[in-house]
Structure formats: structure tokens, C-alpha cells
Write a protein of this length. Structure first.
Length: 340
């Protein structure tokens, strides 16, 4: 009840301003002695899950895009998350797309964003991660800079991989955001195989140097065709990457309760929220079946209840991630899913 009231008040603000106001307020609140421990006691459920030889405190993670710059890891840990995926991180800092670029569709419990990989750059983020909280799994979601042409994209991913390798627990290669021009073209079989194979080779070299292995996952769009999804299954097998995050936001606007006129006024961007659930779960299920249950999967997209999280698990996911559902439902949702 209290969270619903808080949401109503926050929704009076611009969406991006409300996001940072909330997180900075939480950061300030946690400076009061004992508040972190109280928050953890209220929301954290320990129910360990082994995934890719990593022991996760629980199966509920924060999806990439919420804490792009690894500034709020302790804050999200206090809210019960077992892991946080930072980023998307690019080699150079970039401001992202013009504002406004984040919009709420309240009737649909959905969000449209066209943030455009706004982040502080890999060097600053790697430095920040040296003081990351203990007992929190952190994933690094990596991408390319907007100014980097696709033919040079591989180098951007390599730079991020190299600089974050010692500071994150796993990697997610993001070629599926709709908000960087032509990025999704990298999902085609040839360029994607090239990028992923390069990272796998870098990891092999690090292992020879005595460094620990770090899982590499691919984050895909929900808008891929069945042929493209089958290509993903082949790419996972062919490159030796470790799994898939399914899915990113969608460019579709089907099934919304919000009026077409209002949606068109918001403009381009990736849509997330309840409306994405069925489609993203179908993608998840297809990958699970086409891969004969052998592809490790993280399910994300439209999760706004424990029941929907459970559906992701039944369709092949081992872990789940929240974004929009967390905005509308708050940390009680994290706790309910962690109990599964």
C-alpha cells in the first residue's frame, strides 16, 4: 500500500528524473546506521541457485539498464536482489539520446525507452566496481559506442570485455537494443559469430594466464524470426558461449491499452512491461526446446508476479530478471519471486 502511494507521487515527475530521484534518495537513506540491515531483513530471501558454476544468493536479478553505471549496487542489494546486471557499458562515455527518452504507459504497466547506452564509459565503471558490495553477483552488459561503425564493433566489445574482466562475475553481449542505430544488424549470424568467438578466444587466453573463467551470455531481441532464433542456437553451440538472456525490449506496439495517438507521441524506443510477457516467454521456450534443454537461460520480459516468474522457469529459465515490473510493483515482487 505504501509503495503504491509512493509510485503515484513519483509518477508526477518526469520518468527519468523520478528514476534518479528515487535511487539517490535510497542511497541517502541507507547512510543512516542500521537501515541497510533493516532493508535486507525485510526484502532479502536467501535461496541459492547454481548457474554456470556461480552460486547466486537467489534467482532474482535486476536487468541491465537500471543501474547503467554501477552506482547503486548496495542499494539494490538492500532491496533483495541476488544479482545486478550493470550497463550497457561502452568503451567511451556517451550521453545517450536526446531527452525526453523514457516514458510510462501506466494503463499497460509498461515503459518505452530510447536511452541510447548513456553511461560513464568502461574505464570509470571498472574503477567503481573495485569497491562493489560483497555477496552480490554482478554481471557486465557490454555494447558498442554509437559512433563506432558496425564493421569495427568487435573491437568495442573486446575493450569492454578486457577492462571489466576482473570486476564482474559474468558478461552479457548486447546486440539487441533498438536504441543504437544499426546495432540489431549485429544479430545476424556472421557478425555475431565473429564478435562472440573473439570474446571466447580472449577468455581462453586469460585462463592460460591463471585468471578464472567468466561466463559469456548473449542478450537477444524478442523480435527475431524463428530462423534467426535457430541461428542463435547454432551460434551458442558453434562459439562456445555459455547461455542466452531472453529477451530485450521490443519495437512492437501491439496489444497496448494506451491510445495509439499517445504511443505515437512518445516516439521510437524499446517497449517493456506486461505486454511483453507472452512473446518473450515464447522466445525463451523456443530456445529451450530447440537447444534440447542444454542452453542455460535467463528469462526477462513482462515479469510482474511470482506466477509469471514461475512460467519463465517452466519454460527453461534458471534465473529471472526484473525491470519494468520492479518499477510498478517494488521490492515486494523481488521477495515473492525469490521464494520460488
Amino acid at each position: 500500500m505504501l509503495y503504491k502511494l509512493l509510485v503515484k507521487l513519483l509518477f508526477l515527475l518526469d520518468a527519468e528524473k523520478a528514476h534518479y530521484f528515487t535511487l539517490n534518495s535510497l542511497k541517502l537513506f541507507l547512510k543512516i546506521p542500521g537501515t541497510y540491515e533493516l532493508m535486507r531483513a525485510a526484502f532479502f530471501v536467501k535461496k541459492e541457485v547454481n548457474f554456470l558454476n556461480i552460486t547466486f544468493p537467489n534467482r532474482v536479478g535486476l536487468a541491465a539498464g537500471f543501474d547503467k553505471n554501477a552506482r547503486y549496487l548496495k542499494e539494490f542489494q538492500s532491496l533483495g536482489f541476488g544479482f545486478v546486471e550493470i550497463g550497457t557499458v561502452t568503451p567511451l562515455p556517451q550521453s545517450g539520446n536526446d531527452k525526453p527518452r523514457l516514458f510510462r504507459l501506466i494503463k499497460d504497466e509498461a515503459v518505452i525507452n530510447r536511452m541510447g547506452f548513456n553511461n560513464d564509459g568502461v574505464e570509470a565503471i571498472a574503477t567503481r566496481l573495485r569497491n562493489r558490495p560483497k555477496n552480490l553477483i554482478v554481471g557486465g552488459n557490454i555494447g558498442k559506442n554509437k559512433v563506432t561503425p558496425n564493421e569495427d564493433a568487435q573491437r568495442d566489445y573486446e575493450i569492454c570485455f578486457e577492462q571489466l574482466y576482473d570486476w564482474v562475475d559474468y558478461f552479457v553481449v548486447n546486440v539487441s537494443s533498438p536504441n543504437t542505430p544499426n546495432l540489431r544488424a549485429l544479430q545476424d549470424k556472421e557478425p555475431l559469430t565473429k564478435i562472440l568467438s573473439a570474446l571466447v578466444n580472449m577468455r581462453a587466453a586469460y585462463l592460460l594466464q591463471g585468471k578464472p573463467t567468466k561466463p559469456i551470455l548473449l542478450k537477444i531481441a524478442p523480435d527475431l524470426s524463428m530462423e534467426q532464433l535457430n541461428d542463435v542456437v547454432d551460434i551458442v553451440a558453434g562459439t562456445g558461449i555459455d547461455g542466452v538472456v531472453a529477451t530485450n525490449t521490443t519495437i512492437s506496439r501491439e496489444g497496448l491499452l494506451t491510445s495509439r495517438e499517445k504511443v505515437e507521441q512518445m516516439g521510437a524506443g524499446g517497449l517493456s512491461g506486461k505486454v511483453l510477457f507472452n512473446h518473450s516467454t515464447q522466445v525463451l521456450s523456443h530456445l529451450h526446446q530447440a537447444g534440447n534443454g542444454k542452453i542455460p537461460l535467463i528469462g526477462v520480459g513482462g515479469i510482474d508476479s511470482a506466477e509469471r516468474a514461475e512460467a519463465k522457469l517452466k519454460n527453461g529459465a534458471t534465473l529471472v530478471q526484473l525491470y519494468t515490473g520492479f518499477i510498478y510493483k517494488g521490492p515486494a515482487l523481488v521477495k515473492a519471486i525469490a521464494r520460488l
